[in-house]
Ligand binder design. Structure first.
Ligand code: HEC
Ligand code: HEC
Length: 249
């Protein structure tokens, strides 16, 4: 039986190794990842460097923001995620449509790239992130995140239904020990939007699962919420599977 199992797992490795691209091991961060805290901070800067750094919000719309999108303008258009997406896939991901549709490509091709070269792209005149906006130390963390911290959630979220491929029973244990003190047992302790159009954890988890995982992994900028990126992606998907069961209204 035991030998049989070894034989079967060997077959699996072979099958996955030879056919479809397996989930990149490099997508997984763990407590042993070199520069883990810098990478996790870089991911939070990717979400919203303005909030993380307490920087002045640019009033002009970013020059790379296309005129075809009139729904967003000003400071929001300077956030990395606004152009490249929570899934890092730009026009080929969730931002193929909706209020953040820009036609701009994703940054998956830079995964595994040279952080110094990425930092140079960001300092270039196209992106226009000057040292007075994002100082070198923060820019280097951003570049490190793009090179070593990006991840694909396609193995953990069904794109069409947005449903997490996780175990809600496991997620519930994590939720009730790591999240509920702040977000409440039913995820409604905090309202992320306005009183007339409330958004709770259940609402966001179902509406934007990619953003939800990003917040779990990197924390919420300018708040008490910690980064839990040392948990594996499957655990985060389990937590998401549970928060998707919480009330949306
Ligand atoms: C206003 C939109 C916009 C914002 C904001 C923006 N970018 Fe970009 N980015 C682009 C465009 C456009 C390109 C060029 C794509 C091309 O080559 O066609 C690009 C290219 C890139 C590339 C290289 C492309 C690749 O294939 O990997 C990286 C890396 C990148 N951006 C990272 C970032 C990071 C990190 C931030 C936040 C600090 C950011 N970008 C903010 C629009 C934006
Ligand atoms: C120490 C308190 C704390 C803990 C623990 C915590 N959070 Fe948060 N979380 C916050 C705060 C504060 C915000 C910001 C709320 C706001 O901006 O209105 C937030 C924001 C979020 C957001 C983003 C909401 C948005 O629309 O921007 C998500 C998603 C989230 N938390 C999920 C979780 C999950 C899941 C856990 C457990 C794995 C967790 N949080 C643990 C305090 C916490």
């Amino acid at each position: 039986m035991y030998l049989m199992r070894i034989f079967l797992s060997g077959l699996l490795v072979l099958a996955f190794g030879l056919t479809s691209a397996p989930i990149a091991k490099s997508d997984e961060l763990s407590i042993n990842t070199v520069n883990l805290t810098d990478i996790l901070e870089g991911g939070m800067l990717y979400d919203n460097w303005i909030a993380v750094l307490g920087a002045e919000k640019p009033s002009a719309t970013h020059s790379l923001w296309p005129a075809s999108n009139t729904k967003k303008k000003g400071g929001t258009t300077w956030r990395c995620k606004s152009c490249h997406g929570w899934d890092f896939m730009g026009k080929d991901g969730a931002y193929a449509s909706g209020s953040y549709k820009t036609g701009i490509k994703g940054i998956r091709a830079s995964a595994g790239g040279d952080p110094a070269a990425i930092a140079k792209i960001l300092r270039g005149s196209d992106h226009g992130f000057t040292p007075s906006m994002i100082p070198d130390a923060a820019l280097n963390k951003l570049a490190l995140f793009v090179a070593k911290g990006q991840y694909s959630l396609d193995a953990y979220i069904d794109r069409a239904s947005k449903k997490a491929k996780g175990n809600p029973a496991i997620g519930k244990v994590f939720y009730n020990t790591s999240c509920n003190r702040c977000h409440g047992d039913d995820g409604r302790e905090m309202n992320f939007k306005t009183a007339d159009k409330p958004e709770y954890l259940g609402t966001l988890s179902n509406g934007n699962p990619w953003e939800t995982i990003n917040k779990i992994r990197h924390g919420q900028p300018d708040s008490q919420m910690p980064a839990m990126g040392a948990l594996g992606l499957q655990t985060m998907a389990d937590i998401l599977a549970y928060t998707q069961t919480l009330p949306r209204k």
